[in-house]
Ligand binder design. Structure first.
Ligand SMILES: Cc1cc2nc3c(=O)[nH]c(=O)nc-3n(C[C@H](O)[C@H](O)[C@H](O)COP(=O)(O)OP(=O)(O)OC[C@H]3O[C@@H](n4cnc5c(N)ncnc54)[C@H](O)[C@@H]3O)c2cc1C
Length: 325
């Protein structure tokens, strides 16, 4: 099941059988920006990496219509389009792609074993690039209006809300950091939180309180995001009184955490308390020969550019690791 350039898959069972019988120099798990960048660098180092993309070539990047902050595209670039370009470039140098979901890994002995829905594969090195998933509110209107006013990233989308009115959902540090960032663009930012106090740190709280563009709405939960083509309002409910109100807005920024897609590696590799894979500055994990890149190992930056950088670094270091043996 090899991918063609439009992200569809084709292929022959014999090809997969051959891949299973050989020990690969490198397997990359993940077909988002980090995995595709790692694949490119490893392919250029003649490692012929085998890449499991899971169900989404391009990962989160492919879920956004336009990326305006990736260098080299002054007019912006479509999320699907850039993913296909990354894929095509890696494939040109010999990366092999399977549209297959990894269901298990054995990191305890080399060669490492990677089990997928269609087979069992082995590799001398692994790059873990399974990304993360922004937590959703799971209210009506959220999925329908994603990219049309609903966003999970102020750095990515704040620019589209110049002089507009936006609401931020959440009460922790990231809601406050992103809310403060949004005041660089929007003329009003309402931080709406389900509790009557915030979890954000004292310094962020003070900065937000002193920012005249920020207003706070306490003890309120989202019931619905409203709008036809784009966000027009949110319906919220006061959890103390039960009263529902419609709050007009141009955008909804949801910062209620991210979940790293790292359950596969649990117990076999060092992770932080939130489940992010711990890497050093060379993208090395606690297991020699296993590297991690992108949002699976990055709770801080969460960008295409930073994920691509981590992917490149992981592949360079994995190449050095193989050469040193
Ligand atoms: C709506 C939205 C808009 C965004 N807009 C921007 C923007 O404008 N600019 C910007 O810089 N960033 C933007 N981002 C963030 C950016 O997309 C991410 O930082 C980036 O995609 C992270 O790359 P990654 O490769 O680490 O992980 P991901 O993109 O999360 O990719 C993970 C990959 O791993 C695969 N995978 C997961 N589990 C398995 C498994 N078990 N087996 C095999 N494969 C698996 C997935 O299929 C996917 O291919 C946006 C994110 C979202 C959600």
């Amino acid at each position: 099941m090899e991918l063609n350039l439009s992200g569809q898959f084709f292929g022959e069972q014999s090809n997969e059988d051959a891949l299973q019988s050989e020990v690969q120099k490198m397997i990359v798990i993940g077909g988002g920006p980090a995995g595709l960048s790692a694949a490119l660098y490893a392919a250029r180092a003649a490692l012929a990496p085998l890449v499991f993309t899971g169900k989404d070539l391009g990962g989160q990047a492919a879920s956004t219509s336009t990326i305006e902050n990736y260098p080299g595209f002054p007019e912006g670039v479509g999320g699907t389009e850039i993913s296909e370009l990354f894929h095509k470039q890696a494939e040109r140098f010999g990366a092999k792609f399977l549209f297959d979901l990894v269901t298990d890994v054995d990191l305890l002995q080399r060669p490492f074993t990677v089990t997928t829905e269609s087979g069992v594969f082995r590799a001398e090195t692994l790059i873990l690039a399974t990304g993360a998933t922004p937590n959703h509110l799971n209210v009506p209107g959220e999925d329908r209006l994603m990219n049309n006013g609903v966003s999970y990233c102020a750095t990515c989308d704040g620019w589209f809300f110049k002089d507009k009115h936006v609401v931020v959902v959440g009460g922790g540090d990231s809601a406050f950091e992103e809310g403060i960032l949004l005041t660089h663009y929007a003329n009003q930012v309402d931080i709406i939180h389900r509790r009557d106090e915030f979890r954000a740190g004292a310094i962020l709280l003070e900065r937000a309180t002193n920012n005249e563009k920020i207003q706070f709405v306490y003890s309120s939960v989202f019931e619905e995001i409203l709008g036809e083509e784009k966000v027009e309002a949110v319906r919220i409910r006061d959890v103390k009184t039960g009263e529902e109100t419609v709050h007009p807005t141009d955008g909804v920024f949801i910062f209620i955490g991210h979940t790293p897609n790292t359950q596969l590696y649990k117990g076999q590799i060092e992770m932080d308390a939130k489940g992010y894979v711990v890497v050093d500055k060379l993208m090395q994990t606690s297991v020699p020969g296993v590297f991690a890149a992108g949002e699976a190992a990055d709770p801080d930056f969460r960008q295409v550019a930073t994920s691509v950088g981590m992917g490149a670094a992981a592949a360079i270091q994995a190449t050095r690791f193989l050469e040193s043996e």
